[in-house]
Design a protein around this ligand. Structure first.
Ligand SMILES: [Zn+2]
Length: 398
């Protein structure tokens, strides 16, 4: 079958883009066409790539300590505001059914969803978790790169200065159960290996990894081991492969790691300069510096990304793999993928690898829709049980 026909007939779901930082800090409007050097996602590129649904990341940088929830609320508003400004091109979506409805009819609007990135955003408070759900948040990574008070992260697991918990705490387990009850997808991207296993053990709904790749191919702690991939397959969940060069290509990862001292010194010098000048330290500006460093390393071939999709499909199963680009959150992408407009190249590469049209449509979005629906079903089931009331009564802050 012709790759373009497959691509156009699929509901394509990407589970991770950091564009809300641009909405909020740069007053970026999704209707503005920007060069790929400045951004990976705008409405024109979305159309070109036939993207059907985007989970916009509500990423709360740890530097907002003391104001995590406020920062999250502002980011959530920034996504809703984009939908309000562009009613013909995008619409907020809260269910798997909403995504399908958005794609029906001649307009084929982008379904906009949200995922909180970093469990610290709930400020150890299940009431705030529930409020996030009510505002439309449909997944949460239990941690970002920082360990929080109830879950360990892969990002600082070897840092002796950080207080760890050997995975999830009792409250962390309550968070997972409350997410199951709400129908908020439990996202294990970024967590430590032990947090992953603790989560798999207690979750009642299938989990997602919104933007993680395979550690057997690229040895980064953010990536998942084959045992973890197989466990997500068994759990019925889905691993959405991250496109970031340092997660999908071992040569790039090593070169990038070697640059680290020099790169971090440059970022630190810039931060100090901004502080001295009384200017805001934005993620956007930091990303520019990191992009300059990353651009000195050759981009990996597209093959590296496809190898990861292929590997997850083999180890977890073809029903348990999808796309979690990390657009607007990474400083390097593989060759051929400059922005969301280039998604058809992934479809073409999968056709070349011998995947059938049915399998490709699952990878492009069908698998995520199935998992989303199953999480909705588990939620309904839990809410129908009388024990759910007991849990709800206990579920206050600590
Ligand atoms: Zn991330």
């Amino acid at each position: 079958m012709d790759p373009n026909t497959i691509h156009q007939s699929a509901i394509i779901v990407d589970t991770h883009a950091d564009t809300p930082q641009r909405f909020l800090d740069k007053d970026f409007d999704l209707g503005t066409v920007t060069p790929v050097s400045e951004g990976h996602l705008d409405l024109q590129k979305v159309k070109q790539g036939n993207l059907g649904a985007e989970f916009f990341s509500i990423w709360v940088e740890p530097r907002f300590e003391g104001k995590y929830a406020k920062r999250a609320l502002e980011l959530i508003d920034s996504v809703h505001e984009q939908a309000r400004r562009h009613p013909d091109a995008m619409v907020m979506a809260y269910t798997a059914g909403d995504i399908e409805r958005a794609r029906r009819g001649p307009k084929k609007r982008l379904a906009a969803l949200m995922g909180v990135e970093g469990g610290h955003a709930i400020e150890n408070n299940l009431r705030i978790l529930r409020d996030f759900y009510r505002l439309g948040v449909r997944y949460m990574t239990l941690t970002w790169s920082n360990t929080n008070e109830w879950a360990d992260s892969s990002g600082d697991i070897n840092d002796p200065k950080v207080q760890h918990h050997n995975g999830l705490t009792d409250f962390g387990r309550e968070v997972v159960q409350e997410m199951n009850r709400l129908g908020m997808l439990v996202d294990i991207s970024h967590v430590s290996d032990k947090t992953f296993w603790d989560t798999i053990e207690i979750t009642k709904a299938p989990v997602i990894a919104s933007h993680s790749s395979a550690r057997a191919l690229t040895n980064h702690p953010r990536n998942m081991t084959d045992e973890m991939l197989a466990a997500v397959g068994k759990n019925g969940g889905v691993v959405m492969v991250n496109f970031y060069s340092a997660f999908i290509d071992e040569n790039f990862r090593k070169a990038y790691a070697a640059q680290r001292p020099e790169r971090e010194a440059a970022v630190k010098a810039w931060q100090e300069r901004m502080k001295a000048e009384g200017k805001p330290i934005t993620y956007e500006e930091r990303n520019k510096i990191e992009k300059q460093f990353a651009s000195r390393i050759p981009r990996p071939p597209l093959k590296s990304l496809i190898d990861h999709i292929d590997h997850v499909a083999k180890v977890a199963g073809v029903d348990h793999v999808g796309l979690g680009s990390d657009f607007d959150g990474v400083d390097s992408l593989p060759e051929g993928i400059d922005s969301v407009a280039d998604l058809p190249r992934i479809t073409a590469a999968l056709v070349e690898r011998g995947y059938t049209s049915d399998q490709i449509r699952k990878i492009l979005g069908g698998n995520l829709l199935r998992v989303f629906r199953e999480a909705e079903r588990v939620s309904r089931e839990m809410q129908a049980q009388p024990t759910a009331t007991t849990l709800k009564a206990r579920a206050t802050s600590r």
